[in-house]
Design a protein around this ligand. Sequence first.
Ligand code: ADP
Ligand code: F6P
Length: 458
Amino acid sequence: MSGGYKFVVVANRLAVDAAEDGGWKRSPGGLVTAVHPIVRRLGGAWVGWTGGPGEAPEPFEFDGMRLHPVGLSEDEVDRYYEGQSNATVWPLFHDAVEQPVHHREWREAYETVNRRFADATAAVAAEGATVWVHDYQLMLVPGMLREQRPDLRIGFFLHIPFPPVELFMQLPRRADILRGLLGADLVGFQRPLAAQNFLQLSRILLGLEPKEESVEFGGRTVVARAFPISIDVDEIEREAADPEVQAQARHLRQELGDRRLLLGVDRLDYTKGIEQRLKAYRELLAEGTVSNDDVVLVQVATPSRMRVQQYQDLRERVEREVGRINGEFGEVGRAPVHYLFQSRSRAELVAMYLAADVMVVTPLRDGMNLVAKEYVAARVDDDGTMVLSEFTGAAAELDASFLVNPHDVEDLKRGLCAALAATPEDRSTRMRAMRATVKDHTVDRWAREFLDALGGAS
Ligand code: ADP
Ligand code: F6P
């Protein structure tokens, strides 16, 4: 069976989630931020889940995109999404900074749901279409799709890190996952090291003979390369130039008084190093290196995967630490940490980026980290500094930030102090360098390079 679309994007989530009022809202995370502008530009269909349990709604149009929902039962949300995807694969692929949990029923649900995505994709893709599958929730889809539709050009992009061989080897049914990925013609990663890990794994696990950037599998050549993802720079710059957004940024600064603003914006996820950043900040306050009269930390944390135990535990720990810092160092009307457990609109985020003195991005491990790039894109004034973890993909491109090792609290403190102390000339030199990089590597370029390498639509 073949459908009518020459270009199909397949991702766990659609660009929108079902909202409580029955409408649609933009769904969270870096994948949607990056892929959304591409699908809008190229047209085609997007196959994905609506973010809640139940039957799939009929396909619909949204913001110039044709969305084809895939339904998940309550049990599948539990086992495939919260279980195998986010309590097994997610922690394992992020250096096991939290202990991965393994359950047979989760793996079975992962396979069943991946099959459903493959079937839904096979039904909408035209003869010879280009299909672009995304991320760790759907690693079996390329192989399953190829069995049904050998006519397709299939690309796969992994938005998160690909682990070193010895960590991947912990995954039960690891060879099936690898064969699933090898169903693609092109497998893209954020960093060259990830592509190397993948090729090395094909040798160790399946006895294949990889070359520098490819491997032969099933009579085909599978190319594995890095394509560092980015953002829609024009969109962020437009927001930053909007007088209303600028007024919002000024208002925020007035609200905070004459204190300098440290800003964190993350999904509430244990990979993001939020606890480490709070600890470093508390120690700086305790030592008197920074003072509550001079500095304030605003931490915006989007609720994420809140039914997964590890995320509930993290929320408790973060909120306890925020309470502790505010209790120990705050005054009436003047808290050292403003913690917002909320999702904010793009315009509000950009206003915060504009208002910040120091953007604090401290993941223990992150495939790329688009927040870092959004901040740089928003700083049309060439001002502001950034403390950035070495363990993000973004660090390779944004090395004019203050790079830190978030596992080392002393190094984090050093980075924060250096960023706060930077002179206006130093800030502007660093920001100009980072802006040149981000403006040169837009999400459009990322997609074009990937699709050119895949030999399909662009
Ligand atoms: P991840 O993919 O792990 O979520 P990224 O930093 O790559 O991390 O991407 C996060 C995306 O989600 C960014 O586009 C960012 O603007 C958005 N985001 C993060 N926190 C919030 C928030 N509190 N409100 C709204 N959007 C957010
Ligand atoms: O790129 C990381 C990623 O996991 C995406 O795959 C995902 O859509 C996003 O972050 C947000 O996570 P979730 O879809 O689980 O809310």
